[in-house]
Design a protein. Structure first.
Length: 301
């Protein structure tokens, strides 16, 4: 990694730390939404740099679909114990049991969209006025529309036309009663930036990000981890392949890629030469041309 790129990572790091401190200064009850994925893990490292040796001025919040990768949940619990911070978990299964959402059926059923209700309930229950997340503008075109401080109305909904200007890195966190703000400290990072930062900072990640042998099935021309939540039947053939995951979400909508990349340098080179976007393996983004934007308007992160 060149010195010039190191300086660029320093600039991205400084911007993210500044944003996290702005959140702490402007809001009464912020939270850091933690998925167990590489971006939210990077946010935890940035929060450590922003607030140590003190405690974080916000808890970590995970919305658990019940269909997460086991490796991710194990990593989440180990990380929380290591850093000694508070974790709040909202369970999609509770929303199903309470009749607030109806579980999908069929071979392409997923709980991914259902977690919006659980997230909004968790925000309301804990009276969070700001939720920090690891979304980046390079991920998807709807996310490219987001400001760093993104206002949500009293129903948790996002209006792309209601975004505030953010000139000279001045962030306006003023909200009305019932509203909240979604905050994206690493908006200006790319997938490659995140991986180079992980390498520089020697950040641990769940094992699913690295090449490993796993049982998979082919669903919608994508390699999916063989799991009960995929509603497999006799038509599904299980293969053993060396795969890794570029993004970590609900197992029912997150596909793997065939890969031998086990070392960080190999992963970085694989991403650098890839012609497929990071979210190209997310089936939930393929529902329609505006799938992500529609979910965001409904309260999705």
């Amino acid at each position: 990694m060149t010195k010039q790129y190191m300086d660029y990572l320093d600039q991205l790091e400084a911007e993210a730390i500044y944003i996290l401190r702005e959140v702490a200064g402007q809001f009464e009850k912020p939270a850091l939404l933690f998925s167990g994925g590489k971006d939210s893990i990077t946010l935890v490292r940035l929060a450590e740099k922003a607030f140590r040796p003190g405690k974080f001025p916000f808890p970590l919040v995970h919305i658990d679909t019940g269909h997460n990768f086991p490796e991710t949940i194990t990593f989440r619990d180990q990380l929380v114990e290591k850093i000694g911070e508070k974790l709040i978990v909202g369970y999609v299964q509770d929303s199903i049991d309470e009749g607030k959402v109806v579980e999908q059926t069929g071979k392409n059923a997923s709980r991914n969209a259902l977690q919006t209700v659980t997230l909004l309930d968790t925000i309301l229950k804990n009276k969070f006025d700001a939720c920090i997340g690891g979304a980046r503008r390079d991920e998807e075109k709807a996310r490219a529309k987001e400001r760093i401080f993104s206002i949500r109305d009293e129903f948790g909904q996002w209006d792309p036309k209601r975004q505030r200007p953010e000139l000279w890195n001045i962030f306006n966190g003023k909200i009305q009663k019932g509203e909240n703000v979604r905050v994206f400290p690493i908006s200006n990072w790319t997938e490659l930036d995140v991986w180079n930062y992980i390498k520089r900072e020697n950040i641990d990640l769940p094992s699913v990000y690295f090449s490993h042998e796993r049982e998979v099935i082919i669903r919608n021309n994508q390699l999916m981890a063989a799991a009960e939540c995929l509603n497999m039947d006799e038509e599904d053939t299980i293969y053993k392949k060396k795969v890794r995951f570029r993004t970590v979400g609900d197992m029912s909508c997150t596909a793997a890629i065939e890969s031998d990349a086990y070392l960080l340098d190999d992963i970085i080179e694989e991403i650098r030469t890839s012609k497929i976007s990071e979210r190209g393996a997310r089936l939930d983004d393929k529902v329609s041309e505006a799938a992500m934007e529609d979910r965001k308007k409904g309260g999705y992160f």
